[in-house]
Ligand binder design. Structure first.
Ligand SMILES: Nc1ncnc2c1ncn2[C@@H]1O[C@H](COP(=O)(O)OP(=O)(O)OP(=O)(O)O)[C@@H](O)[C@H]1O
Ligand SMILES: [Mg+2]
Length: 212
């Protein structure tokens, strides 16, 4: 097995869903806290480093995952090599990850990485963001932290277009079904290739920089 192939038993502490980590943390709460701090630091750093030459390509997307979490996880920035599912949703088969990722990012490149979207209506911008976010949700390329890094990626595109990072707080609150609206929207993305609910969530969370 190559150094960069991990099976699920390499990723998780035996008999748990707690990822093995460089800090030797074994309590989920503490691990969440550390992950949260690293993510906050990443937001600050990547927003500061945004400049007009940034390309929101696959290399950048992977680098977000790697740079945010490499101090914690050995597999940061690396695509999974096992098939994964959540609930009843099977994400992209590992064997097709690379080609699917190439397809998605080629399409995004053809849309200039949505970098010149400041003149689109908010509805149209939300529609395009949801389209690509839906694709990356169905891809689910990393072992863990897909949701957070995918949202970070589109937040940076939003910031590039004079929006604030998208506010998902309502959608991420747990609903009566036990699933939050973001997960419900994700299920439609993965199982139906339908990004309309995600589009509503994004539209609700979009706010122009400097608006009250
Ligand atoms: N049942 C499901 N069907 C389809 N997609 C799902 C389902 N449950 C979760 N997801 C997607 O997987 C993501 C979670 O992936 P992962 O646990 O790797 O990342 P995370 O950063 O911990 O996510 P989050 O912070 O969103 O919970 C969710 O954000 C959602 O998009
Ligand atoms: Mg998770």
């Amino acid at each position: 097995m190559s150094k960069y192939q991990f099976t699920e038993s390499d990723i998780y502490l035996p008999g748990t869903d707690i990822p093995k980590n460089r800090l030797g943390i074994e309590t989920p709460d503490l691990l969440h806290e550390v992950e949260g701090t690293l993510l906050q630091q990443a937001y600050t750093r990547f927003i500061t480093e945004l400049d007009p030459s940034v390309h929101f390509d696959e290399h950048y997307f992977k680098a977000l995952h790697r740079d945010t979490y490499e101090s914690l996880y050995e597999w940061a920035g690396l695509y999974r090599t096992v098939d994964m599912s959540k609930g009843g949703s099977l994400f992209c088969r590992a064997a097709y990850l690379e080609q699917e990722a190439r397809r998605i990012f080629r399409e995004l490149e053809q849309e200039q990485y949505l970098k010149q979207a400041a003149n689109l209506t908010e509805e149209k911008f939300a529609e395009r963001l949801a389209h690509y976010q839906s694709e990356l949700i169905a891809l689910h390329p990393f072992y863990e932290l897909n949701g957070r890094i995918t949202r970070l990626f589109f937040d940076l595109i939003a910031v590039c277009n004079d929006y604030e990072p998208i506010d998902y707080s309502q959608a991420l609150e747990e609903g009566p079904s036990g699933l939050n609206a973001y997960v419900e929207a994700s299920i439609l993305c993965v199982q139906r290739a339908d990004s309309s609910k995600l589009q509503q969530i994004i539209l609700q969370g979009l706010r122009r920089t400097g608006a009250d």
